[in-house]
Design a protein around this ligand. Structure first.
Ligand SMILES: [Zn+2]
Length: 714
């Protein structure tokens, strides 16, 4: 049983607009639906050549009904509850729902259309109700409890015992121990929360679209390249208007701010971004988030917790908001000190050009580019010529995995894909045996969500006899036909990052699907991915892929040095804006149920001041009113800190490799067997400490982030 689709979101997640209108009612579900029976393709890969858009929703709804029937068979079983007839039976339930949902959410994020968007909107409340129907099923919980109480005498293996405890805890966590009256209240709160989250998502999509900067005046856009200008003109045309449009991205900072030389334009664009969801119109999100925060606090209280964060973190690696906050708080002085030092360097450039103003957030990226150019003389266009996408993939990403883990990759063309740019690779284990299927879908499309992510079409499970089918999605610029795909070093890093998630899914060696692969807490799941980023700059790997796309010459050593050194400039800014977002998230979610409805603007100001993150030139990466990670669904609420927490783990882990000879098979095999193959089959704190030989600490992160001069230890 896997009731949740875990989509591993990148830090810059964006969602695309729901523009669905009234659709025809879903078709009936029967054998003509390609999702009706398990796929007969290799690895049970989804038969995308046969699935039509209209097939998903009926399959998912039938899958829900089927799973409830399977659960009824468990609860009606006259035999006394046992591990097999209850826990294992539950793990085996929901196979139709799993395969239909996995294919549907994969496609609807990466290649959507009105039919799929409408299905997603229809399915959101149904999914919430389906989960409640399982987790609040009294007969089912009674059986699980009965088995749980006998656990000491059952002689279960470690993974089975973990499954028992995990399942029991998850039911309690979601309210199984509540009285009937409280359960009814909980269901109401869950439904309202799902509705509010959906409303937030729709409002923010519209607000972000409407917040675009528009102008007829080409001079206002001075500094943009011809390509950027034609993109802006194209965006205007798409909206049936004239002139130029700079669409907003979901973060506070906007990419064009690095190029725009007219300060008034920068100021206007940043203001559009900052105020996008606070215009007191239909797309204003403030009432929605204020109520959502209050509702989450009320739900936490009902479940026996002081606040939403305490409830959410119960099953995370950090375990309590206090632990997470202690970690975040400790980074604040170092980050803000580094940002202040960077700000001084930038102000000096502004002054030397007789700018006559004080550095603001709208200026940061424009002038930091100049500092970077002056200090490191790094030319982005030149650098890109050494990063050709296919070479990065095969001679970089795959090469590093081969050197570390001995696995190999073979492209295959016989697996149907949902879009013609998608590529599929067989992943072969050290002994040459099939291990996993890997899809990559790297190019940007208008009907794809922003950012990059990993997820699975099939989750590995020994119980179900399934090998993993894993995919990576990104938004890299697609080249013109016949041209090479040249990407930035940031894009290279993204590819290594997402592939780190993919390895976590592909190496999974779990019996139970609920504990497999990336089915780990938020504050662990970004560890393998951030860890994998480190190999992008590892000399032996780097020199293998960073070759000029025409001549094949290796990147000149001076350029490599510059990339390395310039990486740390701006780290102060980047870390401070992240910390501000993490603190905002935590402050919202440590409100108690008794607090009145908050005014989001006042609350945000106070929260930033209280955490020493009210830095004029460095606003939070997301303002509360457009912080999709925490309001668009529950997944990342009280969980934004996890990006930094897992960075600590990743850097600490990489330091272990450095201490033990770096990129070797021995090191890789040990990491695979003790971490990457383990999924959530063991307590993760212990798993990590056993592998590392000690608890994780923040020293390596401080060193690698270039924060060392002001560093202390945790
Ligand atoms: Zn990630």
């Amino acid at each position: 049983m896997k009731t949740q689709i875990s989509l591993i979101l990148s830090i810059t997640m964006t969602l695309i607009a729901v523009s669905a209108s009234a659709a025809s009612p879903p078709a009936a579900f029967g054998p003509s639906n390609p999702l009706y029976v398990p796929s007969t393709l290799p690895y049970q890969a989804p038969p995308f050549d046969r699935i039509k858009d209209a097939d998903y929703q009926p399959a998912i709804e039938a899958g829900m009904a089927q799973q409830l029937k399977e659960i009824k068979a468990i609860t009606d079983n006259p035999a006394a509850p046992t591990f097999d007839n209850t826990l294992v039976a539950l793990e085996k339930s929901g196979s139709l729902l799993d395969r239909a949902s996995a294919a549907f959410y994969g496609v609807s994020q990466a290649n959507t259309n009105d039919v799929l968007q409408q299905a997603k909107a229809d399915l959101a409340p149904k999914n919430a109700a389906h989960e409640d129907a399982i987790y609040l099923n009294e007969k089912l919980f009674a059986r699980i409890s009965a088995v749980y109480k006998q656990r000491a005498s059952l002689k279960l293996d470690a993974e089975s015992l973990r499954l028992l405890k995990f399942t029991y805890d998850e039911f309690v966590h979601r309210g199984a121990n509540l009285s009937r009256a409280d359960k009814a209240t909980l269901k109401k709160l869950n439904t309202e929360a799902a509705t509010l989250s959906n409303a937030f998502t729709n409002k923010i999509l519209a607000a972000t679209k409407e917040g675009a900067y528009t102008t007829e005046d080409r001079a206002a856009l001075a500094g943009l390249t011809d390509a950027q200008l034609s993109a802006a003109a194209g965006a205007a045309k798409e909206r049936n208007s004239t002139g130029y449009v700079l669409p907003l991205q979901n973060t506070t900072q906007q990419p064009d701010l690095a190029s725009l030389s007219v300060r008034e334009t920068r100021t206007a664009l940043l203001r559009n971004s900052w105020d996008r969801a606070e215009k007191s119109d239909a797309n204003d999100t403030r009432d929605t988030i204020a109520r959502l925060a209050q509702l989450r606090a009320q739900r936490a209280k009902l479940l026996g917790f002081p606040n939403h964060a305490a409830w959410k973190l119960e099953d995370q690696m950090a375990k309590t908001p206090e632990t997470a906050l202690k970690f975040v708080d400790a980074l604040v002085p170092m980050a803000t000190a580094k940002a202040a030092a960077e700000g001084k360097e930038i102000q000096a450039v502004i002054d030397s050009q007789h700018g006559g103003f004080t550095l603001g957030p709208q200026d940061w990226n424009y002038y930091s580019e100049q500092v970077r150019a002056a200090k490191y003389a790094l030319n982005g266009a030149e650098v890109k010529q050494y990063f050709e996408l296919n070479r990065v993939l095969e001679d970089g990403v795959f090469y590093a995995a081969h050197q570390l883990y001995g696995i190999s990759f073979k492209e295959r063309k016989d697996i149907p894909v949902y879009q013609s740019d998608v590529r599929v690779f067989d992943v072969l284990d050290t002994d040459g045996k099939p291990m996993a299927l890997f899809y990559c879908d790297y190019f940007k499309r208008d009907n794809k969500n922003g950012g990059a992510w990993m997820s699975e079409f099939v989750t590995q499970s020994k119980l179900l006899g399934r090998l993993p089918v894993v995919y990576n999605v990104a938004n890299l610029q697609k080249p013109a036909p016949g041209e090479a795909a040249l990407i930035s070093f940031d894009d290279v890093t993204t590819m290594f990052h997402e592939f780190g998630h993919a390895l976590h899914g592909m190496f999974s060696n779990a019996k139970y699907p609920s504990l497999a692969g990336t089915q780990t807490p938020r504050d662990f799941v970004e560890f393998p991915s951030q860890f994998n980023e480190h190999w992008a700059l590892y000399p032996e790997v780097f020199k293998n892929y960073a070759k000029h796309y025409k001549t094949g010459e290796p990147m000149p050593p001076e350029m490599v040095e510059k990339i390395k050194r310039s990486k740390n400039f701006d780290e102060g800014y980047g870390l401070t804006e992240l910390l501000a977002a993490a603190e905002l998230d935590m402050q919202w979610h440590t409100l108690s149920a008794g607090e009145p409805l908050q005014n989001p603007d006042d609350f945000e100001k106070m929260a930033l001041a209280r955490t020493h993150l009210e830095v004029r030139a460095v606003p939070p990466r997301y303002r509360s009113s457009y912080f999709s990670h925490i309001w668009s669904g529950d997944g990342y609420s009280a969980g934004y800190y996890a990006y930094l927490w897992t960075e600590m783990l990743a850097d600490d882990a990489y330091a272990w490799f450095e201490e033990h000879g770096g990129l070797t098979r021995a090191n890789g095999d040990r990491f695979r067997s003790m971490i990457l193959s383990q999924g959530n089959t063991h307590d993760l704190e212990k798993l990590y400490a056993d592998w590392r030989g000690r608890e994780p600490n923040v020293d390596a992160m401080i060193r690698l982030r270039g924060l060392k001069e002001t560093a202390g230890t945790q």
